[in-house]
Structures are given as structure tokens and as C-alpha cells.
Design a protein around this ligand. Structure first.
Ligand SMILES: NC(=O)c1ccc[n+]([C@@H]2O[C@H](COP(=O)([O-])OP(=O)(O)OC[C@H]3O[C@@H](n4cnc5c(N)ncnc54)[C@H](OP(=O)(O)O)[C@@H]3O)[C@@H](O)[C@H]2O)c1
Length: 309
């Protein structure tokens, strides 16, 4: 199958490219600024995805059977800094890709986020639970879901994903990679003891997306996450332990949401997703935290620091 993959250089996109190549798909990988090689990508195309004419032309050149959208302004902070750029990537781009999916009759796999919910609920969010985003990123992701399914209801599936672990090409994107960046620079990251997340790895998410690419019978918005819910601080502790780092080598500052109300205001206290309806239809299994940790590598930018310890 010819797959037009946006965000091929990102955390999820690069994992998807590797997974799709293993299944024999021809991946046309779209990159923005990234210039390195990407395993699994058969053809690399450089396109500014904020330019919808250029995006349309690249997509029609590829004439794909599937479109997989992993491009985004994927951090809430970056969305607040440049809302117009974030709107272009997070809403206008998926809207155009959905339209094109309908025109060329391609499968469309899109990514949304757990952040469409407000995080006030302590039980896993079901698909029927009301959305109520509390930050711009969440609002844009929700808007993207609505527009994608309005334009390509018979072609599209959108996965709401949790906070991601995994190994990115730059070694600076995922949860454990950011911790390593801090530790290797002599900083002690500040992690909430009362902010709960249900991580999965980008690699596991990519396997789910690949199944969805090939399974045209699954449509609409779906949930995926890992099998365990724990605080960001507890997660940091498990990562430190997994890499056999001491508290001195890899310090973690425990903070509570009430210590920093101005930060907590735009962050959800508890984000758990009920993935059971989708898990019942797929071969890929939700991972335990131990399984996720087993997949993690020391990120390249921190490797020298780690080896010298
Ligand atoms: N990371 C998480 O924890 C998480 C959690 C839940 C959901 N998600 C969702 O999962 C999806 C993938 O996220 P991610 O973490 O893999 O993102 P990421 O690592 O930040 O990658 C973003 C990708 O978008 C591309 N991109 C951005 N602006 C572009 C432009 N103007 N033109 C061309 N390409 C552009 C980047 O390309 P270049 O680097 O080549 O410029 C990069 O490949 C997003 O929809 C995100 O909202 C992520």
C-alpha cells in the first residue's frame, strides 16, 4: 500500500514508518525541517504543511491508498506561543487531508489527544463522555476531530492518544528523553505527584495506527493508552530505576498542583482513557509500564553523559 505519512520525522511518525515498512508498505514520508535519514521511509518529501496548496500537490503526486497524519504542533506550550501556526498544523492541515482522502478515496488515520478532556474525572474517559478541553492544544485537537469526520466520515479514524514514551529520531521528544536532557544538563526536573497519566510508547501506538490503516471497517474517534495510570513523579522514578540511575545522578523535584496554580490551571489532573472497545478489535495489546520501559533507549544527546557515570 502507498502511505502518505505526514510528520515522518516526529516521535510517532518515525515509529509508524518503521512499523509500516516491516509490513511491506511504501511510505512517502513528509518532513518539514528534519534533514536526516528516516528508517522505513521509501521516499522523503520536504513540504511546509502549513502551505495547503503545496501539501495538496505533494499528496496528489503520491496518489496514496492511505494518508496518516502525524504532523502537528504537539506541545501545549508551543500552541500558546504561536497559536496561528498551531491552528494551521493542528486544524487546517487535517481538514485538508480529510478532504483529499475523500477525493482520492484513501484511508485516513489521524491523531488526537487525551487533552480533549478536562481531567476532572478519575475514572477512564469513555468515548461517550463529554469533551471539555482546558487549553488551546486540546481545543485545536477537538476541532480537528470534528472537521476530519465531517469531511471524511467514511474514510477516517482518529485515535486519541495519551502522553507518549518511546524513542524519537532527535532523542528530545518523548517523556524519558526530556528527563535525560535535564539530567545530562545538571538540572532536576520538576514533576507533579498529583497529575496522573496513562502512557504508552510511540512504537505501540504506531502498531495500532498500522492496524487501523489496514482495517477500513474501523471508523470514527477511538481511544488508545497504556495499561497503567500513575503520577508524572512516579513515572520519573520508574524511568530512573529502569536505567539504574541514582537519586544524585538523576534528581526529581516533587511538586503538587497547588504549589504552582498558574501552571496547573492549563494542565489536567487525571487523564485516563478507556481503550477496551478498540483493544477488543485489534491484535496489538495495551502495554504495562514494564513493557514500555523495556523499549526505551538512552537518547543520543545524553549518551556521553550516561556512559561517563
Ligand atoms: N507526544 C505526545 O506525548 C503526544 C500525546 C498525544 C497525542 N500526540 C499527537 O500525536 C501526533 C504526533 O505527535 P509527535 O509527538 O510525534 O510530534 P513531534 O515529534 O513534535 O513531530 C511533529 C512532526 O510534525 C512535523 N511538522 C511540524 N510542522 C511542520 C510543517 N510546517 N511542515 C512540515 N512538517 C511539519 C515535524 O517535522 P520536522 O521535524 O521535519 O519539521 C515532525 O515530523 C500529534 O498529532 C500529537 O498531537 C502526541
Amino acid at each position: 500500500m502507498i502511505v502518505f505519512l505526514t510528520g515522518a520525522s516526529g516521535l510517532v511518525g518515525s515509529a509508524y514508518a518503521r512499523a509500516a515498512a516491516r509490513r511491506g508498505h511504501h511510505v512517502v514520508g513528509v518532513v518539514g525541517g528534519y534533514t536526516g535519514k528516516i528508517a522505513g521511509v521509501s521516499e522523503t518529501v520536504k513540504v511546509d504543511l502549513a502551505d495547503l496548496d503545496a501539501t495538496t500537490s505533494a499528496l496528489l503526486d503520491a496518489f496514496p491508498e492511505a494518508i496518516v497524519n502525524c504532523a502537528a504542533v504537539a506541545s501545549p506550550e508551543a500552541c500558546e506561543t504561536d497559536p496561528a501556526r498551531a491552528q494551521a498544523l493542528n486544524v487546517a492541515l487535517p481538514a485538508q487531508l480529510a478532504l483529499l482522502a475523500r477525493h482520492v478515496s484513501a484511508r485516513f488515520v489521524h491523531l488526537s489527544s487525551e487533552q480533549v478532556f478536562d481531567g476532572a474525572q478519575t475514572t477512564p474517559y469513555r468515548l461517550s463522555d463529554p469533551t471539555a478541553p482546558i487549553n488551546l492544544y486540546g481545543r485545536q485537537k477537538l476541532e480537528s476531530e470534528k472537521v476530519v469526520h465531517a469531511k471524511a466520515a467514511d474514510h477516517a479514524v482518529t485515535l486519541r492518544a495519551p502522553l507518549l514514551m518511546g524513542n524519537s529520531l532527535t532523542g528530545q521528544r518523548s517523556t524519558h528523553e526530556r528527563l535525560f536532557l535535564d539530567w545530562s544538563a545538571g538540572r532536576a526536573p520538576r514533576l507533579f505527584t498529583d497529575e496522573l497519566r496513562q502512557t504508552c510508547t510511540a512504537e505501540n501506538l504506531a502498531e495500532v495506527m498500522l492496524e487501523l490503516t489496514e482495517r477500513e471497517d474501523i471508523l470514527g474517534v477511538r481511544h488508545w493508552a497504556g495499561a497503567e495510570l500513575l503520577s508524572r513523579h512516579a513515572l520519573g522514578g520508574r524511568i530512573r530505576e529502569h536505567f539504574k540511575l541514582t537519586e544524585r545522578q538523576a534528581p526529581l523535584l516533587a511538586v503538587s498542583r497547588q504549589d504552582v496554580p498558574e501552571v496547573a490551571r492549563k494542565r489536567q489532573p487525571c487523564l485516563a482513557l478507556d481503550f477496551t472497545p478498540l483493544a477488543g478489535k485489534l491484535k496489538t495489546r495495551p502495554q504495562s509500564l514494564e513493557e514500555q520501559l523495556e523499549e526505551l533507549k538512552v537518547p543520543v544527546p545524553a549518551r556521553e553523559w550516561y556512559l561517563k557515570l
